[in-house]
Design a protein around this ligand. Structure first.
Ligand SMILES: [Zn+2]
Length: 466
């Protein structure tokens, strides 16, 4: 404030003397106020505000409420107002509605549901409506472009088809659900260029039904989906491996989309891309944003769809050709997931509240919130990115113009590196050459950069030019 004092006084004097117009003064003030942002760094102070605003207390309250519905099994009671998945989803909707009314109805809140017939899968033992609760914060510039954060409504015990026993699912997955609600609270205070979806998905434990339903709904509506950040178990810090860490977390991403064609597969053999699918780029984006704004955290890029042989709600989105990753704790405890609540050989089994670390859930919620914000503030990713430079000293890239981009960054990395370690900002051009960077020795990608400095995910080239 002191720093600006003399400047403001000077301005007032100039204004008084009427030497320059009011309009000019406004421009000058805007220029000087924006100056520090562009000079100091590429960080955005609003991102730090978002991290600050996420509340462990509210997350604890919401996880407690969810656990207290007794069971949230997908096939459980839907009539009671205190027990079962019906009560749980109505409460989630009422929370989204409340957040919306606190921000002048800034969220579109609705149920998205699909009827699943008994016997559709081994775990569908009755006819059931699989009901998701959706809240959309509509983008100001790209309303049909979406980044999604999800948690799950449903829970289970030892027998996946036991829909009556107590199944608090405090960590799996009230933690992800509560984090999603809290992120909606925090981000509802801002406007974004692209839309953000906060969603509670159902039917996860019965065979990923809710994700399948919403992915199909998205296709039908023609939604342009940047990706989904699926949160499944974000509250446990004491691992079965003996490690206790409130900083480690995992980002799972599959290498390439399952929807790729035979032609694309063949091209990969010659041009690369085995570890550069759209989900992997989203994972790298989350890794980088976390390292930039929450350097105390240790994000682990895990190069696989999910845990060994296990599943999560990002998968149906991957199956539909959308980018999707799973964000979760690094150290799981198997005695505290999918278990009947009991004591056996001195071990307390069950997914109960006492095992959830709310401060850790808050951190992973913040990881989500800052990535949703960065992506929703950034321009769309460039399309038709092509690479050239075969048997030449310099690699070159070209891409289509992106609406709202002030410029582009070309990224490259050693072929063995998991992260985009090098970049060059090339300004507002649609083609650029990296002098002396030989195409054979690195992987390359392009990102669009907005006026505010926020970047799109990196796009790996899908074409070659001479
Ligand atoms: Zn589970």
């Amino acid at each position: 404030m002191c720093f600006w004092g003399p400047f403001v006084i000077g301005m007032v004097l100039v204004l008084a003397k009427n030497l320059i117009s009011h309009k000019m003064i406004k421009y000058l003030i805007a220029f000087f106020l924006l100056l520090p942002i562009s000079l100091v760094s590429q960080t955005d102070s609003r991102i730090y505000d978002i991290i600050e605003a996420v509340s462990a207390e509210r997350i604890e309250k919401d996880i407690t409420t969810l656990a207290n519905f007794g069971t949230r099994h997908t096939l459980s009671d839907t009539v009671s107002n205190t027990r079962g998945i019906g009560a749980a989803r109505r409460w989630i909707k009422s929370e989204f509605d409340r957040i919306s009314s606190d921000c002048g109805n800034c969220l579109e809140v609705f149920y998205q549901k699909d009827f699943v017939k008994k016997g559709d899968g081994r775990r569908i033992v009755n006819d059931v409506w699989v009901v998701n609760v959706v809240a959309i914060k509509r983008g100001t510039k790209f309303p049909n472009r979406f980044i999604i954060m999800s948690g799950d409504i449903d829970s289970r015990v030892s027998d996946a088809n036991d829909f009556t026993s107590d199944s608090p699912g405090a960590n799996d997955n009230a933690s992800g659900m509560a984090g999603t609600i809290e992120a909606a609270r925090v981000l509802s205070k801002y406007d974004f260029e692209s839309s953000i979806i906060f969603v509670g998905l159902s039917g996860e434990e019965q065979g990923l039904y809710g994700g399948k339903g919403l992915a199909a709904y998205a296709k039908e509506k023609g939604w342009d989906i940047v990706g989904i950040l699926n949160n499944d178990m974000i509250g446990n810090i004491k691992g079965v491996d003996g490690v206790i860490s409130n900083r480690d977390f995992r980002i799972f991403s599959e290498p390439v989309p399952p929807t790729e064609t035979e032609e694309q597969r063949r091209a990969r053999r010659f041009y690369g891309g085995e570890v550069d699918g759209i989900s992997r780029q989203l994972a790298r984006y989350v890794h980088k944003t976390t390292k930039t704004y929450m350097p105390e955290m240790n994000p682990m890029l895990i190069y696989r769809l999910d845990r060994f042989g296990r599943g999560g709600h990002h998968r149906p989105f991957n199956d539909a050709g959308f980018a999707g990753i799973r964000i979760m704790e690094a150290h799981e405890n198997y005695t505290q997931q999918h278990q009947d609540i009991r004591v056996e050989d001195g071990i307390a089994y069950g997914d109960v509240l006492e095992h959830v670390n709310f401060d850790y859930a808050k951190k992973l919620t913040a990881v989500n919130a800052i990535n949703l914000a960065s992506i929703a503030w950034a321009p769309p990713a460039p399309q038709n990115v092509e690479i050239g430079g075969i048997v030449q000293p310099s690699a070159k890239l070209k891409w289509d113009k992106v609406e709202g981009a002030k410029g582009y960054k070309i990224y490259w990395r050693d072929t063995t590196s998991p992260t985009w370690d090098n970049y060059k900002y090339v300004g507002n051009v649609l083609q650029s050459t990296l002098d002396g960077i030989v195409i054979d020795n690195y992987f390359f990608g392009v990102a669009a950069v907005g006026e505010n400095g926020h970047e799109s995910p990196v796009v790996f080239p899908t074409g070659v030019f001479r």
